[in-house]
Ligand binder design. Structure first.
Ligand code: AMP
Length: 117
């Protein structure tokens, strides 16, 4: 893993690129996806640069839990309690990961099919 974090999300964390933030704490940031795939589409990311789940270690156990709880907070903020929401992590270029800083997509506000495409 690179410490420079030249990804677009690294730039957002450092304030070098704008984002529409919806949640932030010491470890986690959540902001609206630039190209929303649903009425609610928010990305929850750790401030620490972790490329993907293969890059995460035992030391990241609490941080990964924080991502889940931040996703929960954001979903409640967005009024998704009744209808639910979907969390997606694209882990690897082969399944659609385009930004190599781990992120949880929080998607809601429409129906979703299963299995995912
Ligand atoms: P993934 O394909 O799973 O790596 O998801 C990357 C997501 O980042 C995509 O849904 C993009 O629309 C989103 N994205 C890329 N650049 C930005 C940006 N500057 N601000 C917000 N979202 C972005």
């Amino acid at each position: 893993m690179s410490d420079t974090n030249d990804t677009v999300f690294g730039k957002i964390i450092r304030g070098e690129l704008p984002s529409e933030k919806v949640y932030e704490d010491d470890d986690v940031l959540a902001f609206r996806d630039l190209h929303p795939a649903a009425p609610t589409h928010i990305l929850v990311i750790p401030k620490k640069h972790i490329v993907d789940l293969f890059d995460a270690g035992e030391e990241d156990e609490a941080l990964l839990g924080k991502l889940m709880l931040a996703a929960r907070k954001v979903a409640i903020q967005e009024g998704l309690e009744e209808d639910g929401f979907r969390l997606v992590i694209n882990n690897g270029a082969g399944v659609g990961q385009t930004v190599f800083h781990i992120h949880v997509h929080v998607l809601g506000g429409r129906s979703f099919s299963w299995p995912p495409g």
